[in-house]
Design a protein around this ligand. Structure first.
Ligand code: PGA
Length: 255
């Protein structure tokens, strides 16, 4: 069975105090959610404060990035061990903003995925095509290349920790959502790829979530598809009410 997974990617928003306030609001309003994995991913500077707030709730905390080495001369970077020490459970890797604005390659992302798994952090591996790639009908090829690169060397028995986020670049922060059919078509493709790469049973267990302008008003139509197992939410996760509504939209529906 796949439990729905709803994660908020706060990106470079909310200072430490604002993050604590939003986390407190979520703990207060959402209550204990046992049938949805609800995760919030604040900036690094807020991880410690947020981790304390959510300690006794069912909400988990995630980071938005990390380096693959455990320590050393990597100015400005944060290691898997540092995240583990703060009780971080998840880490977003390969987000399109990291790929395009910071030049992250599939090989670099792959090193991080392996380091995350090695440290028992749960990677949320992001894949997705640009508008140009979709218009040239290359979206499947692009996403499959990102999957092959990002998961290179990953063993089937490590995949219990893995979440895949399909985030079409043209839908991120633009207000343009992929239609439920477009998203489901890609999610099915990703699951088929995972079947070939690992096995049927492994592929059936991995959550594949959608990201790109997902909000309470379009969540139900996306989530009812057989291969859409949740969402990675940017803009709509910055407001307590809308994130709580997204979690509610997923509650009681795991498949
Ligand atoms: P968005 O961002 O919901 O603001 O489109 C999603 C993401 O980038 O993870």
């Amino acid at each position: 069975m796949r439990k729905y997974f709803i994660a908020g990617n706060w990106k470079m928003n909310k200072n430490a105090a604002e993050s604590v306030a939003l986390a407190e609001e979520l703990v207060r309003t959402m209550g204990q959610q046992y049938d949805v994995d609800a995760v919030i991913c604040p900036p690094f500077t807020s991880l410690q404060g947020v981790a304390r707030v959510i300690e006794n709730s069912t909400i988990k905390v995630g980071a938005q990035n990390m380096h693959h080495e455990q320590s050393g001369a990597y100015t400005g970077e944060v290691s898997p061990e540092m995240l583990r020490h703060l009780y971080v459970s998840y880490v977003i890797l390969g987000h399109s903003e990291r790929r395009t604005l910071f030049g992250e390659t599939d090989a670099f992302i792959n090193a991080k995925v392996k380091a995350a798994l090695h440290n028992r952090l749960r990677p949320i591996l992001c894949v997705g095509e640009t508008l140009e790639e979709r218009e040239a009908d290359r979206m499947f090829e692009v996403v499959e290349t990102q999957l092959a690169g990002g998961l290179d060397g990953v063993e089937a028995d490590q995949t219990d920790l893995l979440v895949i986020a399909y985030e079409p670049v043209w839908a991120i922060g633009t207000g343009k959502t992929a239609t439920p059919d477009q998203a489901e078509e890609m999610h099915r493709r990703i699951r088929d790829w995972l079947k070939k790469r690992f096995s049927d049973s492994v592929a059936e267990r991995i959550r594949i979530v959608y990201g790109g302008s997902m909000k309470p008003s379009n969540a139900a139509d996306l989530l009812k598809n057989p291969n859409i197992d949740g969402g990675l939410i940017g803009g709509a996760s910055l407001e307590g009410r809308s994130f709580a509504d997204l979690v509610k939209a997923a509650a009681g529906k795991s498949k």
